[in-house]
Design a protein around this ligand. Structure first.
Ligand SMILES: N[C@@H](CCC(=O)N[C@@H](CS)C(=O)NCC(=O)O)C(=O)O
Length: 89
């Protein structure tokens, strides 16, 4: 079963656009929370993301993956596809 992918973004954030491009290239459906200017939503995101406040923050099956660089690192290590297929180690 495909994993549930969530991403918190700002609409004009280059790292957010880059992260979404990778997910889009993989044909992944994701839920996007666009939180421009919403500090309350950002605080909630940070709570889920172990205190990280930069955008984007990405979650796969409710597991915190990190930001854009973390997503690309997982991809280059061959670890992203198993996560997206719901086969987390
Ligand atoms: N290494 C991070 C960089 C993310 C980043 O710097 N995002 C910017 C927006 S494009 C940001 O959140 N800036 C405000 C901050 O760091 O508080 C990643 O790959 O996600």
């Amino acid at each position: 079963m495909a994993a549930k992918v969530e991403i918190y973004t700002w609409s004009s954030c280059p790292f957010c656009i880059r992260a979404k491009a990778l997910l889009g290239k993989k044909g992944v459906e994701f839920t996007e929370y666009v939180i421009d200017g919403d500090e309350e939503a950002r605080a909630l995101m940070a709570k889920r993301a172990n205190g990280r406040r930069s955008l984007p923050q990405i979650f796969i099956d409710n597991r915190h993956v990190g930001g854009c660089d973390d997503l690309y690192a997982l991809e280059s290590q061959g670890q992203l596809d198993p996560l997206l297929q719901g086969n987390a180690a």
